[in-house]
Design a protein around this ligand. Structure first.
Ligand code: NDP
Ligand code: PYR
Ligand code: MG
Length: 591
């Protein structure tokens, strides 16, 4: 210390300043921060005094102008805020007014992120009360643009970055996160961000967005949510050449290097947070996604949202649509564009449900389902060259090159797009679907909006109002020949928040396919007759908290039935229990 003071003294005398009263304003430089040369180490002290300033800067507890007079007195806030006291409702109204004034969705996104950093409860109050308006802002499609620009949007840590540089000390990195009671982790490696491809480290926007939905839609406490991005490099040339890129500037690690980091991560999570933290894999490329799920599903509580969550939501939409289409699941023929995580995941769950309903072997049920990938229809003659997850779908059929030819050859009743490739459901494809179906079910699931296989407007006008349509990203209602058509949103956001709540509240130790079927059934049951009449196959997102409680209850019930639940005794009324577990963003009163 003495030598530091001497050095300081020397530095000060060189500058001809009294070290005791130095730095414009006469504040003593106790910690040597101002006089230290650039290469001297300093300690980042933060001084704690009896002032409410830090309370105002703490997003978890800050209430801004809603602090009451009594709270302002008790917590040293007097003078730090203007005199007015606003209710949370008025704060909400004011913020919604200001968010609505932004023209660009990305500006609204940034305003929401700033709010979350400033006042967490108000952020969630806005999101819950205005879910249909704000979901497209914090989630798809805007979150896609946010990821593309994440480098310049990054302000403060919203989650953990675990890069190859941390190999060997991942546990220490996890310990840097300020919360200990973690219940849900959403993790990505950024290689398949929506339908936008490899965005490397900038994929962080996805776990952040997904977890904000875990809280807003599923009621998981924000402090129990941990977004993580694993950075193993990127193969995106644009990012590699961008001087402002925030991630590792190297090509993606693969093979042993990749799996060792992932394994260290999976082990460290268990060590740090215990067995019962739900790890949701999100937006990994399919060559890793299937393998990771298969490897860890028997040892960890894992769930792949793109494979399993999507499957559950789409099966639910198809089952709902049967009310309009008629027939049973097994009476329909399914054609997919896209045979990756989403495509084959959905296909497998539909086949499983069909098999259970009809008591028919799974292999037989798979024969009602066809998939087209970038090389054409998946058929037997391609078997040897197919990735393992496509092989169960290699049916006896002559090779078919294009989607249109496949539609004409197979005459499916249901067409599902999960290709990540926009504009692939052409006018000819939709017209063909409508020529042999009274009511074709068309789902354009790819995100964000730019990657949707077709728009709602195209689906309704090209089918002359016959199509039942749902899309991954939202579309506005469409007026066609004097009738208003309301498109549904077939997005896993309906499922994962309630699913996660069910897993957490029952203390489930593993995810079982029957729990996905239970979630799917719970969602389908929430569509009312009035909604069916409007052509909807999903209930509106405005009811999502109630829907999530129903999903959670069914998922938990299944976990108890399968002997996978560890929270005992089982609550008698699981819906009520789910509701009682849900986080509410209403302000708390401070003593
Ligand atoms: N609505 C929702 O809730 C969800 C939507 N999605 C969306 O689905 C899309 C795909 O995701 P995912 O399955 O994980 O991605 P994958 O990369 O695993 O799969 C994409 C599939 O699409 C195929 N494909 C790509 N281009 C074409 C083309 N021009 N014609 C025919 N097939 C094509 C690929 O073929 P090949 O195998 O030959 O390369 C591959 O089989 C993304 O846009 C994603 O946003 C995903 C999850 C949930
Ligand atoms: C919705 C989603 O998970 C996706 O598009 O990847
Ligand atoms: Mg995803």
């Amino acid at each position: 210390m003495e030598s530091t003071m001497n050095e300081l003294g020397n530095a000060a005398s060189v500058l001809d300043i009294d070290p005791k009263t130095a730095v414009g304003g006469g504040v003593e430089d106790v910690y040597g921060e101002d006089f230290a040369t650039e290469d001297q180490l300093i300690t980042p002290w933060t001084v704690s005094v009896a002032s409410g300033y830090s309370l105002l800067r703490d997003p978890r507890h800050n209430k801004g102008l809603a602090f009451t007079e009594k709270e302002r007195d008790a917590h040293y806030l007097s003078g730090l805020l203007p005199p007015v006291v606003l209710s949370q409702q008025l704060q909400e109204k004011k913020l919604m007014n200001s968010i609505r004034q932004y023209q660009l969705p990305i500006q609204k996104y940034m305003a929401m992120m700033e709010l979350e950093e400033r006042n967490e409860r108000l952020f969630y109050k806005l999101l819950i009360d205005n879910v249909e308006e704000l979901l497209p802002v914090v989630y798809t499609p805007t979150v896609g643009e946010a990821c593309q620009k994440y480098g310049s949007i990054f302000r403060r840590p919203q989650g953990l970055y675990i890069s190859l540089k941390e190999k060997g000390r991942v546990l220490d990195v996890l310990k840097n996160w300020p919360e200990r009671s973690i219940q849900v982790i959403v993790v990505t490696d950024g290689e398949r961000i929506l339908g936008l491809g490899d965005l490397g480290c900038q994929g962080m926007g996805i776990p952040v967005g997904k977890l904000s939905l875990y809280t807003a839609l599923g009621g998981i406490r924000p402090s129990a949510c941990l977004p993580i991005t694993i950075d193993v490099g990127t193969n995106n040339e644009k990012l590699l050449n961008d001087e402002f890129y925030i991630g590792l500037k190297q090509r993606r690690a693969t093979g042993q290097e990749y799996s060792e980091l992932l394994h260290e991560f999976m082990s460290a999570v268990k060590q740090c947070y215990g067995e019962k933290v739900l790890i949701q894999f999100e937006d990994f490329a399919n060559h890793n996604a299937f393998e990771l799920l298969a490897k860890y599903r028997t040892s960890h509580l894992v769930f792949n949202d793109d494979i399993q969550g999507t499957a559950s939501v789409v099966l639910s939409g198809v089952v709902s649509a049967l009310k309009v289409l008629g027939g049973s699941l097994a009476d329909h023929k399914f054609l997919f564009l896209g045979a990756g995580e989403a495509g084959t995941g959905i296909a497998e769950l539909i086949a499983l449900e069909m098999s259970k309903r009809t008591n028919t072997p799974l292999e037989e049920c798979r024969k009602r389902i066809y998939l087209v990938d970038s090389k054409g229809l998946i058929v037997k003659s391609r078997f040897e060259s197919l990735q393992h997850f496509k092989q169960p779908w290699a049916h006896d059929h002559e090779p078919v090159k294009t989607l249109l030819e496949a539609v004409n050859a197979l005459k499916p009743t249901v067409l599902i797009g999960a290709s990540g490739m926009g504009k692939t459901f052409t006018k000819e494809v939709v017209e063909a679907m409508s020529s042999f179906n009274e009511r074709p079910l068309i789902m354009a699931l790819s995100n964000p909006t730019s990657q949707a296989e077709c728009t709602a407007e195209e689906a309704y006008s090209w089918s002359k109002g016959k199509a039942i349509f749902a899309s991954g990203s939202p579309f506005d209602p469409v007026e066609y020949e004097g009738k208003v058509f309301v498109p549904g949103q077939g997005n896993n956001a309906y499922i994962f928040p309630g699913f996660g709540l069910g897993v957490v509240m029952s203390g489930a130790i593993r995810v079982h396919d029957d729990m996905l079927l239970a979630a799917s059934e719970a969602l389908a049951e929430q569509v009312t007759d009035a909604e069916y009449e409007k052509g909807l196959i999903y209930p509106p997102f405005s009811k999502i908290r109630k829907i999530s409680a129903e999903i959670a209850a069914k998922v938990a019930a299944k976990a108890y039935e399968l002997g996978l639940a560890s929270r005992l005794p089982r609550p008698a009324n699981l819906v009520k229990y789910a509701e009682s577990c849900m986080y509410s963003p209403v302000y708390r009163n401070y003593r």
